[in-house]
Design a protein around this ligand. Structure first.
Ligand SMILES: C[S@@+](CC[C@H](N)C(=O)[O-])C[C@H]1O[C@@H](n2cnc3c(N)ncnc32)[C@H](O)[C@@H]1O
Length: 210
């Protein structure tokens, strides 16, 4: 398993919190930084999640990776903070966005140092499947409900499980979200007004922080 700059990373699943490293194989990382994905993000992924949503004054982006999503999101809000687990990706994003409205925090989004009610909204795009277990995803949902102000929207989308999706994640973490249980899991994390919309390729969700 390699980082963006080709270094080999640990595969130790006993690690937790900030000791746990992100896992994207090279083909996956290259796709997530490429022109084809940039076009999909700009035309479908970001508008599909954010259209009609009041993002407020400070958006939290979870798992920006190379930041093609961040490029689009940063233009939509006065302030944006991104939490990225991978040290190399976080450093590259901070350098690329230096002097902008983006603050990059390197760390584990399931357990952040942010105070309660810091953000007006939060978004997780194509990253939930990179958490090692459904329990980690549930911890992330609860953390987002904590750090987003009551009434703010937490939204996201992720690819559906399929043999192709699994093979794309060879040697990666791959924990696809089951659309059938997602609404109940979001409610269990404390959210209200939960909306889950699957399509043939992905599932999108919106939920109000309480
Ligand atoms: C497939 S990439 C998605 C990048 C971007 N959101 C996009 O759609 O182009 C998933 C990202 O989530 C990050 N990630 C995984 N677990 C994380 C965690 N616990 N906290 C923060 N980021 C995490 C990975 O390091 C990776 O950069």
């Amino acid at each position: 398993m390699l980082t963006a700059n080709g270094q080999r990373l640990t595969t130790d699943d006993s690690l937790s919190g900030s000791d746990r490293v992100a896992r994207m194989n090279r083909a996956h990382l290259e796709y997530c930084a490429g022109a084809e994905w940039a076009d999909v993000v700009r035309r479908h992924v970001v508008p599909g999640a954010t259209n009609g949503i009041d993002l407020g004054d400070h958006l939290l982006e979870v798992g920006p990776g190379p930041g093609l999503t961040t490029d689009v999101l940063a233009a939509l809000v006065p302030n944006i903070t991104a939490v990225e687990l991978d040290e190399d990706l976080a450093a590259a994003l901070a350098e690329r966005f230096a002097g902008s409205n983006l603050t990059v925090h390197q760390g584990d989004a399931t357990s952040t140092p942010f105070a309660d009610n810091t953000f007006s909204s939060a978004i997780c795009l194509t990253m939930l499947h990179h958490l090692p277990t459904p329990a980690d995803q549930d911890r992330l949902f609860a953390e987002l409900n904590r750090v987003v102000r009551p009434g703010g929207t937490v939204m996201g989308s992720d690819s559906l499980d399929s043999p192709e999706f699994r093979s794309f994640h060879e040697d990666d973490i791959c924990t696809p979200v089951d659309p059938a249980t997602l609404a109940d899991r979001l409610r269990a994390a404390g959210f209200a007004n939960v909306r889950v919309e699957p399509n043939p390729f992905a599932v999108a969700f919106w939920a109000t922080a309480t």
